[in-house]
Design a protein around this ligand. Structure first.
Ligand SMILES: Cc1ncc(COP(=O)(O)OP(=O)(O)O)c(N)n1
Ligand code: 3NM
Ligand code: MG
Length: 211
């Protein structure tokens, strides 16, 4: 998959009164290079319409587009890939359906990360690093210790997620992450573009200090 460093997931509850496409366009302008449509509440047909709009938007910005949970919608709009959790369709079955599209897998422990790598995931989510209000059925925070474990052992790309804010992202980067994912801190910001730019600056600074 194309390299990425800042992954924004949609969360329309965090920007009441502002449109989905408008907010995600600001995130792209600020340097987000991968976007995931995550909508646990809307009717499937509405999720499809949102996916179409975000597919068109991400193509304009040369960004990667991932659909959460809905493989059929990802295929219908020709998204770049899907994101699946531990209770979603198993990776091997999903691979039969999506072929060479990107498959991202959520992991919360090193054995899940190893399994996802063995099964052929294109990237893994590593989290939740900190407490988060953005996911209902979330497991206990895995802390930055899990980031260090994954950085030391796992060879496929990984992205840290869960409660990551501008004020704590440096801890995550210092633990070995080079890709960051956020919902509320980005899409709930009164300055989505500026917040994204600040994340990118911190990710780039950490990469320079490692070089
Ligand atoms: C990049 C990324 N990482 C983790 C998740 C969580 O996926 P999942 O465990 O399937 O939970 P839901 O998002 O479906 O509630 C994610 N979506 N993206
Ligand atoms: C969707 C999701 N998945 C997680 C995981 O750990 O797998 S944490 C999470 C919510 C992330 O939102 P915020 O940046 O607002 O904390
Ligand atoms: Mg899921």
């Amino acid at each position: 998959m194309k390299e990425f460093k800042l992954y924004a997931i949609t969360g329309e509850q965090f920007h009441p009164g502002r449109g989905l496409v408008e907010v995600m366009e600001e995130a792209l302008q600020g340097g987000c290079d991968i976007i995931q449509l995550r909508d646990k509440k809307s009717a499937k047909r509405d999720v499809l319409h949102k996916a179409r709009a975000l597919r068109e938007l991400t193509l304009r910005y040369g960004a990667t587009f991932i659909v959460n949970d809905h493989i059929d919608i990802a295929l219908a709009v020709d998204a770049d890939g899907i994101h699946l959790g531990q209770d979603d369709l198993p990776l091997a079955e999903a691979r039969k359906i999506v072929g060479s599209k990107i498959i991202g897998i959520s992991t919360h422990a090193i054995e899940e990360a190893r399994q996802a790598e063995r099964d052929g995931a294109d990237y893994i989510g590593v989290g939740p690093i900190f407490p988060t209000q953005s996911k209902e059925d979330v497991v206990a925070p895995v802390t930055t210790e899990y980031v260090s474990q994954v950085a030391a052992e796992i060879r496929i790309p990984f992205v840290a997620i869960g409660g990551i804010k501008l004020h704590n992202v440096d801890q995550v980067l210092q633990a070995g992450a080079s890709r960051i994912c956020a919902i509320s801190e980005i899409v709930g910001s009164s300055d989505v573009r500026g917040t994204s730019q600040s994340f990118v600056a911190k990710i780039d600074a950490a990469a320079r200090s490692r070089a």
